[in-house]
Design a protein around this ligand. Sequence first.
Ligand code: DOR
Ligand code: ZN
Length: 352
Amino acid sequence: MSKLLTLPGLVDVHVHFRDPGQLQKEDFYTGTSAALAGGFTTVIDMPNNTVPITTAQLLKEKIQIAKTKTVSNIGFHFGSLGNNLDEFEKVKNKVFGLKLYLNQTTGGFIIGKKELVRIYDAWNSPQPILLHAEDDVLDMVFEIVKKTKRPTHICHVSSKEELLKIAKAKEKGLPVTCGVTPHHLFLTKEDAKRLGAFGRMKPFLKGKRDTDFIWKNFAYVDIIESDHAPHTLQEKNADAPFGVPGLETTLPLLLTAAEEGKLSIDEIVQLCHTNPIKIFNIKLKEESFVDISMEKFTVQRKKLLTKCGWSPFEKRQLIGKVVNVTVGRKKVFENGKVLIRPGDGKVITPKT
Ligand code: DOR
Ligand code: ZN
C-alpha cells in the first residue's frame, strides 16, 4: 500500500446534475456519488435545468428531490433571466449564489446588459453573483460591479485576456473572485481536435499561451471548479452539446500537478476547500475527510460513477486514488463504492 494523504472534504461550487429534467445525463444520486468518488463532500448545483430554476417554487421542488437522492452535502444556486426579481427576497437565504449567463451555452439562458443592470440592483444578498462572462463582456461587467459593489464570481476563466482583466479589477479593489476548471488547465485546443465532441465545452479550450499564463498567474485564481457538465455518449456523438464531466478527475489531476511541482498540496486545499467555503459562506456542521492513496492509475470509463460514463481525460495516467471518504463519524465511501443510501446526504443552505 502506498502512502495515504488525508485532506479535508473538498468543495465544488460549480456542478450541473441535470435533476430534474435530464436524468439520462445525471441525477442527484449518480452526481453526488461521483462527487464522493472524486473527494468532494460538498457540491453546489447550477440552475440551468431544462426548466431553469428561477422561482422559489421550482427551487423548493428541486430541494425536495435532492433530499431523497443525495449522498453528499449539496446546495444550490438560483437563476435569472431578468423577469423574476420578485423571487429574490424569497430565496436569498436558501441559495449560495445567483448564476447568470452572458455568453451562449447549454440551455440558452443568455441575458444582456439591460437585464444584468436590473438584476444587480435587485440582488440584495451577501451571496455572490456568479457569471458566465467571457472576455468580450468583462469590461461591461466590471463597470456594473464598480457601481453596485456586489460580490461577483467569474466562472471558468479560460484565457490570458480574461485573467488579465480580472487581475486588474482585483487590484482596483473590486469585490471580484474567479475560478478555473481542470479542463482549462490541463487541456488545450490541440486536445480539442483529438477529442472532437468530447472536448467541446463553453468556454472553448484555448491555446498553450493561455494555460501557461493561468498557471504562471495562479495568485489571481481563487478556486478550482469542475464545471461537471455531463452529457450522454449518444448525445455527444449526435449533436455535441457543450460540457464535460469533471468531478472524478479534478483531484487526481491537481495531485499529479503537485507531484510535478506545479502547485502545493496546501494550495489544493486553499483552492478546493478553504476559499470556496469563504467566498460562498458555506457553513458545514460536520467535518469530513478524504484519504487518498498516492499511487498511479489510468482514467478508465468503466470505473467512473457519473451516469454519463466517459471522461475527456480517459487513458491519462494520474496520481491519487480516493480510497475513503468520511463525513462526521460516518464512512460514506470506500474503494469505489458509496456506503450510504440515497438521501443520507444533506441539503445545505447558507443559513444552516
Ligand atoms: O460547457 C458547458 N456546459 N458550459 C456551460 O457553461 C454549461 C455547461 C452545461 O450545462 O452543459
Ligand atoms: Zn457551468
